[in-house]
Design a protein around this ligand. Structure first.
Ligand SMILES: C[S@@+](CC[C@H](N)C(=O)[O-])C[C@H]1O[C@@H](n2cnc3c(N)ncnc32)[C@H](O)[C@@H]1O
Length: 318
């Protein structure tokens, strides 16, 4: 038991070593076999210290080693930028500011406030908005997660009954790309902050509209998707977004809320809830809590559908 505990204390070192390799583009540059000396020269790194990292990555099964040469294996190849199924930015997402916010979790538990906001002096999405590289990296990460998570969305919901649908806070458009692929005639509208919309390179037939969901959501479609948005916000802010969705929809319009409902899945969300608390003063809600938030702004609950092991779709009518 004592040994198990002692190794647990430093388990996070492995993630930090792997995310550091992503940050330094090591995996991208080890698609062909290279020695530490060659790689250090190519990337202008300290050879001796790089070797320590390469050996640690090999021992953790993230690199193959043959003699003095290292090369990506099937695992770390997924962390290269050129892999079509890449998770490189998903991996990087939890490093740097996220780790620093986690290290200050005690502040959130003591005060109830976001440790991220205390450290970086502004709310998470404002911080991203003011740091173009971080904003782009965050949205690439969300896109990499979303490509997997929303694959079956157009199979479990029949979107063909609508003329148009809007994804509110849709980031780089992964949800709509999946929906559009199955419903090519459906008008798809992506709504997000101006600096996000500026950078989107999604399907040319997806219409893009920029704005702020705390101010106004345009009235453009009979159905709105709100996926993994409300979990970023406390009840007060979430209610403003929902009110603006309600205002944007016609009578009988539909809201699809896609969230990790903690009561509907076997996966334990307690650590993710702590993450949301540290980053944005929020937490992972139950379906009952989401339904109550939506009812309070006027929506009627219609039905629920399981999307995958993590997410549930809650369907509401105006
Ligand atoms: C956690 S991401 C979810 C992205 C995507 N819906 C998904 O499920 O992968 C939250 C999204 O809300 C957007 N967002 C944050 N604040 C916003 C605001 N004030 N107005 C519009 N969009 C906003 C972010 O840019 C981001 O795309």
């Amino acid at each position: 038991m004592r040994d198990k505990l002692k190794s647990f204390f430093t388990e996070h070192w492995k993630y930090i070593a792997v995310s550091t390799a992503c940050k330094l583009n090591l995996f991208d540059n080890l698609q062909e076999s290279k020695t530490g000396k060659q790689l250090a020269k190519e990337l202008s790194l300290n050879e001796e210290k790089l070797l320590l990292l390469l050996n640690a990555l090999h021992n953790a099964d993230y690199l193959d080693k043959n003699g003095e040469s290292f090369k990506v294996n099937s695992f770390s190849d997924i962390l290269t930028e050129s892999n079509p199924e890449s998770l490189k930015y998903a991996c990087l997402n939890w490093s740097e500011e996220h780790l620093t916010a986690w290290q200050n979790l005690d502040y959130s538990i003591k005060t109830g406030n976001s440790s991220f906001e205390m450290l970086y002096e502004k709310p998470f999405f404002d911080y991203l908005n003011d740091n173009p590289e971080k904003l782009h990296a965050y949205h690439k990460a969300m896109y990499q997660y979303a490509k997997d998570d929303y694959k079956t969305l157009p199979d479990v919901i029949d979107f063909s009954k609508y003329k148009s649908i809007m994804d509110v806070g849709g980031g780089y458009g992964a949800v709509l790309e999946n929906i559009k692929a199955k419903n090519p005639n459906l008008e798809c509208i992506l709504f997000d902050l101006p600096k996000v919309i500026e950078k989107v390179t999604t399907h040319p037939d997806i219409m893009k509209i920029s704005g702020n969901f705390f101010e106004k959501i345009p009235s453009h479609s009979e159905a709105v998707v709100l996926s993994r948005v409300l979990h970023d916000w406390n009840d007060e802010k979430a209610s403003i977004i929902l009110t603006n969705c309600f205002e944007a929809l016609p009578i009988n319009g539909t809201l699809y809320l896609v969230e990790n409902c903690s009561d509907k899945i076997k996966i334990d969300l307690s650590l993710l809830s702590l993450n949301m608390t540290a980053i944005c003063e929020s937490y992972e809600r139950t379906s009952t809590q989401y339904i109550s938030l939506c009812k309070n702004v006027g929506f009627q609950f219609d039905s629920e559908t399981k999307l995958n092991d993590l997410q549930t779709i809650l369907n509401f009518k105006k």
